[in-house]
Design a protein around this ligand. Structure first.
Ligand code: GLU
Length: 485
């Protein structure tokens, strides 16, 4: 491979369902590598197995990649010079190459029925040897009229040795070579054949994919040889492991649809950053790579051989880091989006309160799921409805009786009546000196309880700021009345 060629990578999913984490990580690495090198990134849809196709998958794949910020230079809607980036539209191209192989005597129509092939297989098994089609090559080769599957005739049975950009030197014995089907009787190519033709036609320089393709690589190599094409650089990405790093990622651990993470409130930039660090590292301690930093830092050399763990806790941490970088308007929107109807239908629900509450929420939460849980546990209700609570809640732990809180609340009210409610800071300034003299807990505890009706909540200055002057005074008044009653 000429290393000075413009880098071309591709992501080549089959449209057989949603895009899971493993697939997305492959797409991301191929994308980052292309962008880092000012190269080209292609989205190619490998839709040659019509039986396995799931309707809507292509749209879903495009939506997922777009969400993650992965854009393609050529793809299903913008194939450019490539006729189409959907394999099902490229059948004449595969046929042309198949005919080349037929002309060279390197492909032949498979003459056997399924039953005959099954018998060969049984025989081999009974004799304890591996079943290989190449041991049953027909003596006379019929002309290929397109109605029989076309088999590649491996030109040279030999041991293959190749270099993988991540795994280094790999080898495989002759037993890994066989005459495999390149075109099926319905005219569709197999993956083994189609991807090689497409990679060639699209000028792909680096083939990045998972380790499950290593065992088939000798077949690919024999086909490159037969077609006399230059091998692309093969880059095997490490598997994604579950959180314990021992077993491969299972559905339960997070091998779910990428767009489910969107629903759960993960930011695309956090997800991208998180995925990039599964099986790749920058070689430094840096963990957060905003904007273009990820593609600038990315390199093949730092892709690991061994599996990388998918650790949802780390994803949460990273999401929080990226949420912290957002402005207040974004946070308010995100918060509102996450809130369940039970909160939105509360009598005092307003955008103003919501916007003021949002920043305090982001001190703790990592995603939308946590917001929903907190909302359902009643953590935000105080902001949008008058809390009901037991009068005893107003009692500071050092006081003998709740009555001690009454004069302090009344005094606090007089300060707050005069206070500027423009920020938490101005509210705090209005109360602080008094609280310092009388005792912080003595003043702030009953005040906080009066405003939130909760044992645990943000501090009373935040609460007062969220509620506004009128509502703050009204709730303190209610608390005083409860104590006096
Ligand atoms: N269509 C293959 C898959 O979805 C692509 C493998 C490759 O990248 O060559 O697994």
């Amino acid at each position: 491979m000429d290393h000075n060629k413009k880098v071309v990578t591709r992501f080549a999913p089959s449209p057989t369902g949603f895009l899971h984490i493993g697939g997305v990580r492959t797409a991301l690495f191929a994308y980052l590598f292309a962008r880092k090198n000012n190269g080209t990134f292609i989205l190619r849809i490998e839709d040659t197995d019509k039986n396995r196709e799931v309707e809507g998958s292509i749209e879903h794949i495009k939506k997922s990649l777009t969400w993650l910020g992965i854009d393609w230079d050529f793809g299903p809607n913008n194939p450019g010079e490539f006729v189409s980036c959907l394999q099902s539209d490229r059948l004449t191209i595969y046929k042309k190459y198949a005919e080349k192989l037929v002309a060279k005597g390197l492909a032949y129509p498979d003459p056997y029925t399924e039953e005959e092939t099954a018998k060969f297989r049984e025989q081999a098994e009974a004799e304890g040897r591996p079943f290989l089609f190449r041991n049953h090559r027909p003596e006379t080769i019929e002309e290929w009229d397109g109605t029989r599957p076309l088999r590649f005739r491996v030109p040279e049975i030999k041991r293959y040795e190749w270099n993988d950009a991540v795994r280094g030197k790999l080898t495989a014995g002759e037993e890994m070579l066989d005459d495999f089907i390149i075109l099926k009787s319905d005219g569709y190519p197999t993956y083994n054949f189609a991807h090689i033709i497409d990679d060639l036609e699209m000028g792909v320089t680096h083939v990045m994919r998972g380790e499950e393709f290593i065992s088939s690589t000798p077949r690919f190599l024999s086909l490159y040889d037969a077609l006399e094409i230059e091998r692309p650089i093969l880059v095997t990405l490490p598997p994604i492991m579950g959180p314990d790093g021992k077993k491969k990622l299972s559905k339960r651990d997070g091998a779910k649809d990428l767009l489910d993470f969107e629903k759960d409130g993960y930011l695309p930039e956090a997800m991208r950053n998180f995925l990039a660090l599964i099986g790749w590292n920058p070689g430094t301690d840096q963990e957060i790579f905003p904007d273009k930093e990820l593609e600038n830092a990315f390199s093949l050399e730092k892709i690991q051989r061994s599996g990388g763990a998918f650790n949802e806790e780390k994803l949460c941490w990273m999401n929080k880091k990226y949420l912290e970088l957002k402005d207040d308007a974004f946070k308010a929107n995100y918060f509102e989006d996450s809130l369940p109807e039970s909160i939105k239908s509360l009598p005092q629900y307003s955008t103003e309160r919501l916007t003021k509450l949002a920043p305090t929420v982001f001190e703790r939460i990592h995603n939308k799921v946590e917001i929903v849980a907190a909302a359902e546990a009643g953590e935000y209700s105080y902001a949008f409805s008058i809390p009901s609570y037991d009068t005893e809640l107003l009692k500071w732990k050092n006081d003998d009786s709740v009555a001690s809180a009454l004069p302090r609340l009344e005094k606090a009210m007089t300060f707050l009546e005069q206070a500027d409610f423009g920020s938490e800071e101005t509210i705090k300034n209005a109360l602080w000196d008094y609280a310092e003299v009388v005792g912080r807990g003595e003043v702030l505890w009953p005040l906080r309880a009066a405003l939130s009706g909760l044992k645990q909540s943000p501090n009373p200055f935040s609460l007062a700021f969220i509620l506004g002057k009128e509502e703050t005074l009204s709730r303190i008044k209610t608390a005083c009345d409860k104590i006096s009653a």
